[in-house]
Write a protein of this length. Sequence first.
Length: 185
Amino acid sequence: MKYLLKNQETERVLFRKIKQSDFNDWLEFHKNPITSQHWISELKNPEIECNNWYKKQFHRYQNDLGGMNALIEKETGKLIGHCGLLIQNVDGKPELEIAYSLLPEFWNKGFATESAKKCRDFAFENNFSESLISIISLTNKSSESVAIKNGMKIDKVTEYNKNRVNIFRIYKSEWNKIKLASNNK
């Protein structure tokens, strides 16, 4: 489970493994129609979708395919969402993705950007890959904004899980420039 951000934190967020006891809090994400508007989903039952989502995460943990981390707001101890490094197969090629999903009540507060940057830094500091991607539906402007703030640019448009998506990418060399500029401030 080298891709998990165990014992990591940002200014406002703690990262930890997902637990089955998080299910009821995360179920609210699947109940909200806004959260799935950017993805074609064949299931419409929130409980089944949430259960499948958890099965997928635990499968990732068990098979060293990365996985989402539960994001816990330090101030309240509440689950605010998930963010992590995932091994994905995009156009027949394995890629390391920074993925993020937040409960709607925590949108537009900088949590996704803060968490995604931590994943980016963790991946490059540990030499997991020479580049990182984020897979974002063409209609998801909020997630695009997070990717851009994370130093990513659109690399290509493709189909992923029956959806047209932008593949945002950042190379380690670009990250090094961002880090150097940040240190010189």
